[in-house]
Design a binder for this molecule. Structure first.
Ligand code: DC
Length: 234
């Protein structure tokens, strides 16, 4: 078993590359706290949708800014099963934030600079204790530019769309494959072309293309990386 020091591991990459599955597995294996930054953007998007702040695709930024400043309570809780769940006040919103509707609006919402600043502030607060693995789009570039280990995940478009399609299908959602692929490409485009903290690989990030890898192979890969970088064996 490798002993991993109390570091921050940043996992970035394209949509549906399996970042959260990978990060959760690493968190469990090495006893790290897993934080899903995308869930925060999804939580803010759910707030917009529920409060009618998006009309014909246009976000009412004034209303959103007022709602965030009024003390919107979005936070993570850790139930006994070791998972990390997103709450809006008392309400567990893990399921609601994963719908196609939220997925369709989350990229424009997350492109709003004051939304990013609001989320970043919370991500730093949640990570205060260290020993965290966080996934997202700008963790290694903006949120934790000094993270000791940075991973950038990629996979082919078809593999990613198939994964997302299977996930939605398992939840009873019949969105056609072509629509899933289109949503994925659209999100990739917006995420990598926005002005504030666009998705890009940090210069010091290690690339993981998992198009043809099993989860176990991904674990072996990061174990090798950690061992080589930190050189600590238990
Ligand atoms: O990882 P995800 O698909 O749940 O992320 C949802 C959206 O949030 C994604 O389209 C882009 C945005 N996001 C972001 O801009 N920055 C992050 N650090 C994480 C997610």
């Amino acid at each position: 078993m490798i002993k991993v020091p109390d570091i921050i591991i940043a996992v970035d990459g394209w949509s549906s590359t399996g970042k959260s599955t990978f990060a959760k597995m690493v968190a469990k294996h090495f006893s790290f706290l897993y934080l899903d930054s995308g869930a925060m953007y999804r939580g803010v998007t759910l707030l917009c949708l529920e409060k009618g702040m998006i009309t014909n695709g246009v976000i009412d930024e004034k209303a959103l800014s007022d709602a965030l400043n009024a003390g919107f309570d979005l936070h993570f809780e850790r139930p006994d099963d070791g998972s990390t769940q997103l709450f809006s006040g008392e309400r567990n919103i893990e399921k609601e934030i994963r719908t196609m509707e939220v997925s369709s609006y989350v990229s424009p919402v997350s492109a709003v600079p004051f939304v990013r600043a609001w989320v970043d502030e919370r991500l730093h607060a949640f990570s205060a204790g260290g020993r965290v693995i966080m996934d997202g789009r700008d963790i290694g570039t903006t949120v934790f530019p000094n993270a000791e280990l940075k991973i950038f995940m990629t996979a082919s478009d078809e593999v990613r769309a198939q994964r997302r399609f299977d996930e939605l299908k398992a939840k009873g959602n019949a969105t056609p494959f072509e629509a899933v692929l289109a949503n994925l490409k659209e999100r990739d485009y917006i995420d990598s072309h926005r002005e504030t903290s666009p998705l890009r690989r940090a210069a010091d990030a290690y690339e993981l293309d998992n198009s043809d890898m099993t989860l176990h192979e991904e674990l072996v890969w990061i174990q090798g990386l950690i061992q080589g970088k930190f050189g600590i064996l238990e």
